[in-house]
Design a protein around this ligand. Structure first.
Ligand SMILES: [Zn+2]
Ligand SMILES: [Zn+2]
Length: 262
């Protein structure tokens, strides 16, 4: 087994239950319906990465005993994906060095503006050795980069935020979509084999201006044709059992701390 992926948070921005809506369509008796916000941990051989830093990151890292990271990838800068960034300083303290993080150019401007105090600069190496810091790397759509021997190809999600990225790992072993209304057609050329795993968000079965609904998500699931599919980033409108019943056998909803190994 080469891959271990942990869904640290399977919820959308309000979490489930939410303050305003409570459990909505979710059965409160099913513990799988209790959802923190989005972060995902991926281990490949000895490479450990985190995708997004949710506002719930503290317990997500503690509960899963995640204490060291090779890199952090940011999909986009919406609060439910970013606001735990400050807690990476705990990883800095444990590792006694800076952490490389990767985001698109527009997201990077935003991160550096809002979290200036966290950012280290390669020109001043003493900063990231002596002071907890994050080391920025700008990524571009369809330009692959490596973290150790893990190949990562950024792909573009449309109509969600000014810049939302998904990632293709090792030419299609894993396809990871972030928040989207539409996916750039070019993304589908980034893998030449049947993906082992697709992670795809379904915020609400009813389509919203910035989120695809159930039908569109199912169309993309068909199109990607992965062996296994995990539906992620669910708000209170998505009940675990209901989504599970409405989807084929190889498609299942995520839940917090779900582990996928292959
Ligand atoms: Zn989101
Ligand atoms: Zn978003």
């Amino acid at each position: 087994m080469n891959y271990k992926l942990i869904i640290l948070g399977s919820g959308a921005a309000p979490g489930v239950p939410s303050l305003s809506g409570g459990w909505l369509a979710c059965n409160p008796d099913n513990p799988k319906n209790k959802r923190n916000r989005t972060s995902t941990y991926l281990e490949y051989k000895n490479t450990k990465i985190l995708i997004d830093t949710s506002p719930d990151i503290r317990y997500q890292l503690i509960d899963n005993n995640i204490k060291d990271l090779d890199a952090v990838l940011f999909t986009h800068v919406h609060a439910d994906h970013l606001l735990g960034i400050d807690y990476l300083r705990e990883i800095n303290r444990i590792q006694s060095k800076g952490i490389n993080f990767y985001s698109g150019p527009r997201n990077m401007v935003e991160i550096e503006k809002r979290f200036d105090y966290l950012i280290g600069h390669v020109k001043r190496p003493e900063d990231y050795i002596l002071i907890p810091s994050l080391l920025p790397h700008i990524i571009h759509p369809y330009e692959p980069f490596y973290i150790n021997d893990l190949k990562i190809t950024p792909i573009i999600m449309f109509d969600h935020s000014p810049e939302s990225y998904g990632f293709v790992f090792n030419d299609g072993d894993i396809v990871y979509f972030s928040d989207f209304r539409k996916i750039d057609e070019k993304a589908f050329d980034m893998w030449k084999k049947q993906p082992e795993l697709l992670i795809i968000p379904l915020t609400n079965p009813k389509a919203q201006i910035t989120h695809a609904g159930f039908e569109t998500v199912m169309q993309y699931i068909d199109k990607v044709n992965a062996k296994r599919v995990i539906i992620n980033h669910m708000a209170g409108e998505c009940d675990y059992d209901d989504i599970n019943k409405r989807t084929p056998d190889n498609v299942e909803p995520a839940y917090d701390n779900m582990i996928i190994e292959f």
